[in-house]
Design a protein around this ligand. Structure first.
Ligand code: GLY
Length: 578
């Protein structure tokens, strides 16, 4: 019942990962069926750096910092800060995320956990009514839905421990973009259109993004003076000054005036955490990905381990899709069942990522029919994660790498702006499981492991990942909430099959997340024969008119140093090699 009620949110929300810009007309659907074409890829034997991000200005910001003598980690701070300005629907200072780093000089891999955490006054029932049922949209549309931000602390840690430039220098392009403005792009315009009515009634937002209450035309210059001042203050006083002092006081007062429960103590207590990434082997490749509180790495490795029990190269295209979907069904079931913040609950990471455990799951996969999700032991309904978000991938000339996925959760987070700061408030609290088995805004279900508790980090699906073979390395990730793990899984398989960056980001997508028990497909992802064949195997195929995700891929050949990079054609992003 509840699942049915939330299903439209899943389909209209999670499927609309790239927002309304990805709703296709009938002609576009037909064209998409004919082919999904990627942006031209640059493959050159240059050896300086490559960056793929969701916005041309963010990619340019990273390259500018590299040219000034910065390394990939400085560039990551520049790209993250710039994305918060030019793509404020996807991420921003008041959000959080994960930075996966590889330092070339000593081969160190490290995950910077900058995930938001629940405020001290949060409690497990805060989004339930007196009858114990979730209050519709309370976690998504109100300031109560905002977790304590992690992005400034994450950037501070990346800059101080791994970068070589002062953080202020890496913030400079973002400050310039906020102060002097940037040209409105199709995706941001579409995101603004989707929120126009609400934003027209919100003076802080309307002042920055609308003209006489309407969404401006493409190319109109968008300036954000309040956000520029906030960034200037961080450049002057240090990124950590977000959490203490005058700015922190203003932010807390602003959030409380919107009905939120943040305190100055919450901000002062926030820390970005260095965590050991998860590492696994698949078909001779080394996989490095995000550990809990993201479910990304566990899910990716569990999925690959299941698939290692099959010879995907020896089966036909339909069976290949069936096997991958069946592995997605199983990994998402475990995500719902077991995953949460490892600082609060015991997460059986070793078991879930063990090849032996995967062999057991693989034994339950039949090539001739599906095993419906209802027949898998465990949870009764499903929950997942938010659709907006952003990702960027960087490799610099020294071989340092960054895969960073950052988010406010839904588009523009809650859509509320902290007055005078230019910052949209995240609604990441919706990524907690507010009641066992009740789906969140992405249709994902969860259990006790992901229940709300003060200071706890909500479970994520973000999957920043490195895939290393003896010949090549790929840096990859995407926004897309519950769709992320599957996208990175397919990208990994495609990379290991020798596909180029453009082919990887351009490939049509299919998805299964355990619950709802449907196989979702982008237009053009399935041939008629495949659709019929998958239905005959028992899949409920739902082919919509939307495309999802925004993969950003950078590949480097080890021997020549040559880069191959591509931004997803579904978004406004650009990959550049310099
Ligand atoms: N808010 C999306 C995620 O963390 O997966």
């Amino acid at each position: 019942m509840i699942l049915r009620r939330r299903l439209p949110a899943l389909l209209l929300g999670a499927l609309g990962v790239c927002g309304a810009v990805n709703v296709l007309s009938a002609a576009e659907v037909a064209a998409a069926r004919a082919s999904v074409t990627a942006k031209p890829v640059a493959t050159v034997a240059a050896h300086h750096a490559a960056i793929a991000s969701a916005h041309p200005e963010a990619t340019a910001a990273g390259l500018e910092v590299l040219r000034a003598g910065g390394n990939a980690f400085d560039a990551a701070v520049a790209v993250a800060a710039a994305l918060g300005v030019v793509d404020p629907a996807g991420s921003g200072l008041s959000g959080g995320g994960f930075f996966l780093l590889h330092r070339a000089r000593d081969g160190k891999d490290i995950l910077i956990d900058a995930r938001e955490m629940a405020p001290g006054a949060a409690n497990r029932d805060m989004f339930l009514d007196s009858a114990g049922n979730p209050v519709p949209r309370l976690s998504m549309d109100s300031a109560l839905g905002a977790g304590i931000p992690g992005e400034p602390a994450g950037m501070a840690l990346v800059a101080a421990r791994y970068g070589r430039l002062p953080a202020a220098q890496s913030l400079a392009p973002a400050i310039r973009l906020a102060r002097q403005g940037f040209a409105l792009t199709p995706r941001l315009r579409a995101e603004l259109e989707a929120r126009q009515r609400k934003f027209a009634d919100t003076p802080d937002v309307a002042r920055n993004f609308l003209r006489n209450g309407a969404v401006p035309e493409l190319g109109v210059i968008i300036r954000q003076p309040e956000l520029a001042s906030t960034l200037e203050s961080l450049a002057k006083n240090g990124l950590d000054s977000f959490y203490r002092g005058e700015l922190a006081r203003r932010v807390v007062a602003g959030v409380r005036s919107l009905g939120g429960i943040w305190t100055e103590q919450d901000l002062a207590a926030y820390r970005a955490i260095e965590r050991e990434p998860l590492v696994a082997q698949y078909r001779g490749a080394r996989i490095v990905s995000a550990p809990p509180p993201s479910s990304g790495g566990v899910g990716l490795i569990e999925g690959l381990n299941i698939l290692s029990n099959f010879d995907l190269g020896a089966v036909d295209a339909l069976t290949r899709k069936h096997l991958i979907i069946e592995s997605e069904r199983r990994l998402h079931r475990d995500r719902a069942m077991y995953l949460g913040d490892p600082d609060f609950v015991s997460v059986p990471v070793a078991r879930l990522t063990s090849p032996d455990y995967a062999a057991g799951l693989a034994a339950s996969i039949h090539s001739a029919h599906v095993l419906p999700s209802a027949n898998l032991p465990g949870i009764g309904a499903g929950a997942a994660q938010g659709p907006q978000t952003t990702h960027f991938s960087i490799i610099d000339g020294e071989g340092n790498r960054v895969a960073a996925t950052l988010t406010l959760n839904f588009s523009f987070g809650s859509g509320l702006m902290v007055s005078g700061t230019g910052m949209f408030l995240n609604n990441e609290m919706d990524d907690f499981s507010m009641k066992p088995g009740v789906p969140n805004g992405y249709g994902l279900v969860g259990q006790e492991a992901n229940a709300i508790a003060p200071g706890k980090r909500m479970l994520s699906s973000m999957t920043p990942t490195f895939v290393e073979t003896p010949d090549k390395v790929m840096v990859v990730g995407s926004p897309g909430g519950s769709f992320i793990i599957g996208m990175v899984l397919f990208a990994t398989l495609d990379f290991l099959d020798g596909r180029s960056a453009a082919q990887i980001v351009g490939a049509p997508r299919i998805h299964h997340q355990y619950l709802p028990d449907v196989l979702m497909a982008e237009p053009g992802a399935l041939t008629d024969a495949e659709r019929t064949g998958l239905q005959a195997l028992g899949h409920t195929v739902q082919e919509g008119n939307r495309r999802w995700g925004n993969l950003q891929v950078v590949i480097q050949e080890r021997a020549s140093g040559a880069f191959d990079a591509a931004a997803d054609p579904r978004g406004d992003g650009v990959a550049k090699i310099q």
